[in-house]
Every structure is written in C-alpha cells, then in structure tokens.
Design a protein around this ligand. Structure first.
Ligand code: PHB
Length: 402
C-alpha cells in the first residue's frame, strides 16, 4: 500500500455542506474539476436541522442550474412558496405582503433538503465527494500547487493537490485561520434560540415572528404534520431540562393575544439551543485560498440569511474561479472579496436589525422599559408604512445578485 494516495484536481473544496457542494456543482457546469472533502458523514449532515427559508435567487440557483433533472425541480414541487410573513406584537398579527411590496416570494425548503438535492446532483454527475474522513489539513499555500491531506475512512493517508483551495468548512472553519492579514469583526448577543421540531398541524399559512414581553418566538413549518418553532432563551439553557408541557406553556404565553390566535400543540420530537453570533472575516481570499459561506461569515438566525448568503458566495466564486483558471490569471480572484462582502454586510445589518427589533435584552429595568416601548414604536411604524414594510420585504426576499 503506498504511503499516500494522491489525486490531482483543479479546485480542492474543504467542506461538503450546501456551499461546498453548490460550488462544486457550478464549477462542474463550467468544465472545472473539483474534489470535496468533509469530516462529517452524509448522514450527520442530512440529519442536522438548520433554517428553512430560501430567498428568490437561491431558489433560482437551485432550479435553473441543472441541480435537478429537467422537470423534477424538487425545490419547486416540494417547497412551499410564501408570499409574506406575519409580525406579531401587542398580541396581534400584522401581515407583511412581499408579493405586493416587492413582487417576490420566499420558499420554505429546509437546508437539509438542499443538501440532499445537491449531494444527489454531484453523485449523478460523477462528482468526487468524500465524506467521513479525518485529520483534514491544508499545506503549501505559498506554492503553485497547494495540498489538502487527510485520512480516509480506512485510515489510509490521502492527498489532493489543486490549483486553488476553497474553505467552505462552516462556522468552526480551520481554513479561515490560514488567511493572511485577516481581520475579524464580531458581535455576541445575550440570548439564544430554543428550537423544537414537533408533530402538530400548521398553526398559520406563513411564518410568524412574534415579539412579546416574555421574549421572541418564531412559528415556522416543515410539513403538514411536523412544525419547527423557536423561542428566545438564555444561551446557557439546558434543552434537555424542558418538558413538553413547559415548552408549550412558554410558546403559548408568547403567542397569546386578544385576537384569539390558536397555536397547535403536539409531541416535541427534537429540542436544541442555537447560539447567536454575528461574525465576518475579511479578506475572503488569500493567494490560492478562498473562503465561502459560514467559514467567512455567520449571522444570527432571525431572517434566515445564513444559507442564502452561502449560496450567493458560491455564485460569485464560481464565476471568478472560472475566469481566473481560464485566463491563468489569479488577479481576477481579487474581485471576490469585494463583491461577496457587499452582500454580506447588508445581510449582517438585516439579521442584526430583525434580531434587535424583536428580542428582549436582559438588563436594567429602566432600559428595558425604554427599549420595549421603542421596539413597539419601531414595529408599528414598520407595519403602518409602505416604505418601512418594503425595506423588510426587500431584505427578506433577498437583494438582487451583484
Ligand atoms: C426555520 O424554519 O428553521 C427558520 C425560518 C426562519 C428563520 C429562521 C429559521 O428566520
């Protein structure tokens, strides 16, 4: 058995989540080879629940770039088109009608399904995707032929040499530590989300983002019989310590109101606490290394921008990589950071804004009283002004791709 098995490709992609797979797919369409490696197994990724909202352009990217065999666009047939959301405060729901305001919708289509579809597409097209491996490391970034090394499932040492390496290795990225001259910007929040999956019928036709005196709650959906919901909690909360009854009484209290809204209950089949963080690392390129998705930026989940930003990165990245490798001119890659970051900072603001408009910040009573009334003023001005609601609709459905 040779000491190391070597593979030569054009682009080595570290991370086989939606960002890594979408990039590999787009590169394949442009005639560029790639190898994707990930320490997680396909099963682990497929069963980790993440957000469920796709912007208009994310749906287009999936439906119009050959991810599906023609006529079988699962994102369209199995996803649910949502023409708006409800903002709920003061015990009443206010509809924000995206279709009316900006002529666009979003799609409820969970990230796990996006992963399954992209994985199926890469497998169908003969893509080289390697999961369940260990000890991934990147070397020789200062040469013309960087290397990614790892041990495969049988412990055999493997190496992939490539013209470019892409770090699409998520919020715990190790690739981002290799970027020279990096700057990091971040913000933490004094709360988290308690997320549940439950077996219950839908309670609403569209998502409900609710602000209450007890804190934020979000009523989302998955299928006719399984729903996804979240409520603001302490970051140190122990999800296992909450009984179904306690979860339901907290959610009911946050959704209650004089309009008589009914929240449908059922057995809780999964519970997790999701951390909140805003983070950006720049530049997103350092020589032959490029970053995509959560590796370079994370957003809090309010507004569901994370996956959409990652997909927007891959679109720009595939285009600059195609030009750079086609011309043999790496300077073309310089465009990537600026083009991707323009969208990233808009989404950072949008996620931060939605978060701070809807969550309770623990602290001095005097400040809390002020903030509560200020938030109600903000929400009222938003739902009673076409200009205010249009800003929300535009950001939520996604800005046009640069
Ligand atoms: C979800 O369905 O998981 C979801 C939807 C909207 C968000 C966050 C999460 O803002």
């Amino acid at each position: 058995m040779p000491a190391v098995t070597s593979t030569r490709t054009q682009v080595a992609i570290v991370g086989g989540g939606p960002a890594g797979l979408m990039l590999s797919h787009l590169l394949h369409r442009a005639g560029i080879d790639s190898v994707v490696v990930d320490h997680r197994t396909v099963e682990e990724i497929r069963t980790t629940h993440r957000a469920g909202i796709l912007e208009r352009d994310s749906v287009r990217l999936l439906a119009e770039t050959g991810v599906y065999e023609s006529g079988h666009e699962r994102v369209i047939t199995d996803g649910d088109r949502h023409g708006g959301i409800y903002l709920r405060f003061g015990g009443e729901s206010h509809h924000v009608d995206f279709e009316h305001l900006v002529g666009a919708s979003v799609w409820l289509y969970p990230q796990t399904d996006v992963f399954v579809d992209l994985h199926a597409a890469r497998t169908r097209d003969g893509g080289d995707v390697r999961y369940g491996i260990s000890g991934v490391a990147v070397h020789d970034l200062d040469t013309d032929l960087p290397r990614v090394t790892y041990a495969d499932e049988d412990g055999q040492a493997q190496e992939v040499t490539a013209d470019l390496v892409v770090g699409a290795d998520g919020s715990r990225s190790t690739c981002r530590d290799l970027v020279e001259g990096r700057q990091r910007y971040s913000r933490t929040y004094p709360f988290a989300w308690f997320g549940i999956l439950c077996e219950a019928p839908r309670s609403s036709d569209e998502l409900i983002y609710a602000r209450s005196e007890r804190g934020f709650a979000l009523i989302s959906q998955r299928t006719d019989s399984v729903q996804r919901m979240y409520f603001q909690c302490d970051p140190a909360e122990d999800a296992g310590a909450w009984s179904d009854d306690r979860i339901w009484s907290e959610l009911q209290a946050r959704l209650a109101g004089p309009d008589g809204f009914q929240l449908n209950e059922g057995p809780v089949i999964e519970r997790t606490v999701l951390p909140f963080r805003s983070f950006v690392q720049t530049p997103m390129r350092s020589g032959r290394l490029l970053l995509a998705g959560d590796a370079a930026h994370t957003v809090p989940p309010t507004g569901a921008k994370g996956l959409n930003l990652a997909l927007a990165d891959t679109r720009v990245l595939a285009e600059v990589v195609e030009r750079a490798l086609g011309k043999g001119d790496l300077d073309v890659l310089d465009d990537y950071t600026d083009r991707a970051l323009a969208r990233v900072w808009k989404a950072q603001h949008f996620s931060y804004w939605m978060t701070t408009m809807l969550h309770q910040v623990p602290g001095q009573q005097e400040h809390r009283d002020f903030d509560e009334l200020r938030q109600l003023g903000e929400l009222t001005s938003l739902v009673s002004s076409e200009a205010g609601a249009t800003y929300l609709a535009e950001g939520y459905t996604g800005w046009p791709t640069a």
